[in-house]
Design a binder for this molecule. Structure first.
Ligand SMILES: [Zn+2]
Ligand SMILES: [Zn+2]
Length: 393
């Protein structure tokens, strides 16, 4: 039986007329004597005697029971000196607070305080990918939600640009496949803890103070498993390797983190799983570089092609496209091919920017060399002066 507030206001030793260090025998003898004297049968109509009889009975019910007497002594010692008159907390009395659910040794889960385990980049990705990764509301630290997991994957440049699906192999606490995470032996199910009615905590009063303690019966989980699952010992979780397919949306860039809600570590006893964060690395491409949704490529051309004009095949993410180079194009000029860049999540795509660069042959054959000399003479005769204005004739 729990200690009563009344204990603090009653002196049972005084009621029995014994010292506070009286032996069990002395207490028993004192009680018998008083009980005989004060018994209502021996004092018909004597209200005072009846009241004393009740106090003596109550005193004996506590002091006559060694466990209760210890509790009574303890309570009175702790509350001695007036501490129980409402300033117990200020005196540093250990009972002057209300405990919350700090069972399991772990205290509360900080991630729950802040609404989720995803730190840092998680929010950015969430914005980027819209409602795809909405966080599940979390209201309780119990049963325990699974931890978040981190994973990495490296994508080819073109896969990252176009979007792809990758398989990740993860070894982590996962929902038990035998009991599907409930912790109960297949064919049975957990039932609501009868001691705490599923609350996971029980309250008791001691003096002025309300204590909220984890329910011992269910270890604070609120449910009881009569027959635990043999594979996970009732935790609902086993460590295993699983393969998950992760859909990588189009246009991811190197270093981005993708959040996969509910793909982290499994929660205990059917609690929600954590989230999985996949950091994406993108390998460079031999041909393309990227700037946002635009792609850039450097296109080698011959002197003849940029002078005479030509239609040249240019690589894109998806096959090739014919690019028309107009006559007399300057070396280093950039031409734009609309809509052949990186696909956008909103639809459409960026542009492809093609920079022409004259490739100079390392040597020429006799015929080309003879023609080139002829050309150089003709060009001079035409009056082409590349350094005109520098005072050079
Ligand atoms: Zn199981
Ligand atoms: Zn319980």
């Amino acid at each position: 039986m729990a200690p009563q507030r009344e204990w603090l206001e009653q002196d049972f030793y005084k009621d029995l007329g014994v010292a506070s260090d009286a032996s069990a025998d002395e207490i028993k003898k004192a009680y018998r004597k008083l009980a005989r004297e004060l018994h209502p049968d021996a004092n018909p109509g004597d209200a005072a005697a009846e009241a004393r009889f009740k106090r003596v009975s109550e005193a004996h019910s506590v002091l006559g029971d060694p466990a209760k007497r210890r509790e009574y002594d303890e309570t009175r010692r702790m509350f001695a000196g007036g501490a129980f008159r409402g300033n117990g907390g200020a005196n540093g009395f250990p009972g002057g607070y209300t405990r919350t659910t700090d069972f399991g040794g772990g205290g509360f889960d900080v991630s729950d305080l802040f609404g989720g385990g995803g730190a840092g980049g998680g929010a950015d990705i969430g914005d980027l990918f819209g409602g795809l990764f909405n966080r599940a509301p979390r209201t309780s630290t119990r049963p325990k939600r699974g931890n978040d997991l981190e994973a990495e994957t490296t994508l080819a440049f073109r896969d990252a640009a176009r979007g792809t699906t990758v398989s990740l192999s993860l070894t982590s606490p996962s929902p038990c496949t035998t009991c599907h995470g409930s912790g109960a032996k297949p064919g049975t199910s957990p039932r609501v803890c009868p001691t705490c009615n599923g609350a996971g905590v029980v309250s008791r009063n001691q003096g002025h103070f309300g204590f909220s303690e984890p329910c011992q019966d269910c270890q604070g989980t609120g449910s009881k498993i009569d027959e635990p699952c043999p594979d996970c010992a009732g935790n609902g979780v086993t460590v295993r390797t699983r393969t998950i397919n992760v859909r990588i949306p189009v246009g991811v860039e190197d270093g981005q983190r993708i959040r996969l809600a509910g793909q982290g570590e499994a929660g205990l006893r059917g609690a929600p799983s954590g989230d999985l964060y996949v950091t994406v690395h993108v390998s460079p491409d031999p041909v393309f570089t990227r700037s946002g949704n635009d792609l850039k490529v450097e296109l080698p051309v011959s002197f003849g092609e940029i002078m005479l004009g030509a239609t040249v095949s240019v690589p894109t993410l998806d096959g090739t496209v014919g690019l028309k180079i107009p006559p007399n194009t300057a070396d280093g000029r950039t031409l734009r091919v609309r809509g052949r860049g990186v696909p956008k999540r909103s639809g459409g795509a960026g542009d492809l920017f093609v920079t022409v660069k004259v490739a100079v042959p390392s040597s020429l054959g006799p015929e080309a060399l003879a023609k080139l000399r002829e050309y150089a003479d003709a060009e001079r005769a035409d009056g082409f002066r590349p350094r005109e204005g520098w005072g050079d004739q």
